[in-house]
Ligand binder design. Structure first.
Ligand SMILES: O=C(O)CCC(=O)C(=O)O
Ligand SMILES: [Fe+2]
Length: 339
């Protein structure tokens, strides 16, 4: 896996409406720098998205999986209601008319790569690199913990309020996702990944080419309202997911985002993204957290119920279900603790 030294690529055009995204220093956050910690909190309460500068880190991705034959990739197609393994381009939808998406996924469960559940079927190229997936999961999980520590402090929650709901050795639906977006025909460039919010807690995202766009809060999803996120060298893009909005009853934000064609000259290149989704432990209850004066109270008469994170993610996955006809290929998977 690479990402430290991406291949040379066309520049991001300078004349596009880009989102103002603050760049935070990972070393300052780790050192509990007061100003940097405050900036992280402000970003999470406004857009829920920021860059984390990891200039001295060595994280990365790899394109080899996508170069396998399509038949081989499809042997690991996502199961009904799950988002693990392979998703081919065109399998997902980008709108209610059913327009096909334009990206391939390879997704690996944290529980699988850290051997919390038995290994799921995967191609040889993945099996012989499981240690890399494990290292990636641990590294991104640690980054998310850093964000949690900072936010617990800023929001005034008891120590461990977020961290303690995301213990790495506990079953959860955390996963890594490698994504490939092939160049689009010049005369037909459009959205390639559906507008969505992430449904976990913290997403750690690495990419080199542009294409990611966010919809500022309160704006209608019309073309002119989407803002480009220009990737910063050496930086991970961090965004919060819906679980954090839920825990903070709306204080922290989960940004609406989508992926479109890479802009300008970059559109001729294949775009890769590598994401890690940190999600609450399966057993954790999805409720507003107690203990902070900043977290708004529930509305009068509002009831949250006792839904666990496991059920919450399953419900969300079913809603975003991408492929219905693959379960028969891997009947054993159902019993292997798949989320
Ligand atoms: O490819 C990207 O930049 C974003 C991918 C994304 O939003 C997702 O997989 O949830
Ligand atoms: Fe996303």
């Amino acid at each position: 896996m690479f990402f430290n030294s991406p291949p040379s690529h066309a520049p991001f055009p300078s004349d596009l409406p880009t989102a103002e995204v603050p760049t935070l220093s990972s070393s300052k956050i780790l050192d509990n720098d007061i100003g940097e910690s405050q900036r992280l909190y402000e970003a999470c309460c406004s857009t829920g998205l920021f860059f984390l500068d990891l200039r001295d880190s060595d994280r990365g991705t790899d394109e080899t999986i996508f170069e396998l034959d399509i038949e081989e990739k499809q042997r690991y197609s996502m199961l009904n209601g799950t988002v693990l393994g392979y998703k081919g381009a065109g399998v997902g939808r980008i709108d209610s008319k059913g327009t096909q998406d334009r990206c391939e996924f390879w997704c690996m469960s944290k529980d699988d790569v850290l051997e919390i559940i038995p290994a799921l079927p995967a191609p040889e190229i993945v099996n012989k690199n499981r240690h890399i997936f494990a290292t990636f999961a641990r590294s991104c999980h640690t980054l998310s913990m850093t964000v949690f520590d900072c936010l617990e402090h800023q929001v005034g929650l008891p120590v461990g309020a977020f961290r303690g709901r995301h213990r790495i050795d506990q079953p959860s639906s955390d996963q890594s996702r490698q994504i490939r977006y092939l160049p689009q025909p010049e005369e037909d460039q459009r959205t390639s990944l559906v507008p969505h919010t992430d449904y976990g807690s913290v997403t750690v995202l690495f990419n080199v080419l542009g294409g990611l766009q966010i919809l500022p809060a309160g704006k209608e999803p019309e073309e002119q309202n989407w803002l480009w996120v220009k990737p910063g060298p050496g930086c991970a893009i961090i965004n919060l997911g819906d679980a954090m909005e839920k825990f903070s009853n709306g204080l922290l934000k989960s940004p609406m985002h989508r992926v479109t064609y890479a802009p300008g000259e970059q559109s001729k290149m294949t775009r890769y993204s590598l994401a890690y989704f940190t999600r609450p432990e399966d057993a954790c209850l999805m409720k507003r957290l107690e203990g902070s004066k900043l977290i708004p109270q529930l509305d009068d008469g509002e009831e949250e119920g006792d839904i666990t994170a496991g059920e919450w993610v399953r419900t969300r996955m079913k809603a975003a279900q991408v492929q219905k006809d693959q379960r028969a290929n891997f009947p054993g998977w159902e019993t292997k603790g798949l989320k």
